[in-house]
Design a protein around this ligand. Structure first.
Ligand code: FES
Length: 108
């Protein structure tokens, strides 16, 4: 029998860091640590441990729009997230199943 995780949503949050002034920038420079903290707090507040798993990742690609995260299994991408967006994101997407269009990654 294979192991199956209990969570419904698996998030990968870029926490790549580049040196200050690097031309690509990085999610580290753009506030991913504050985002990760806010996500963890909101998931705890709403008791979503069984439904939502958050992992950090290295660069996901769209560095200029960071901090970025991708949600699986849907493959929904978010970008430019701020701690102030987290309550809406968690409630809408992970509680109600409705991704938040205004926070999604835009084409460059
Ligand atoms: S540094 Fe985060 S997407 Fe590249």
């Amino acid at each position: 029998m294979t192991w199956m995780p209990s969570w419904k949503y698996h998030l990968f949050v870029c926490n790549n860091k580049r040196p200050p002034g690097h031309p690509k920038g990085s999610c580290g420079e753009r506030g991913c640590n504050d985002l990760l903290l806010a996500l963890g707090e909101e998931i705890e507040r709403q008791e979503l441990f069984e439904a939502v798993k958050v992992n950090t990742s290295s660069c996901l690609g769209p560095c200029q729009q960071g901090p970025t995260l991708v949600v699986y299994p849907e493959g929904v991408w978010y970008a430019g997230l701020r701690p102030a967006d987290v309550q809406e994101l968690v409630t809408s997407h992970f509680v109600n199943g409705v991704p938040v269009e205004r926070l999604m990654l835009r084409e460059a």
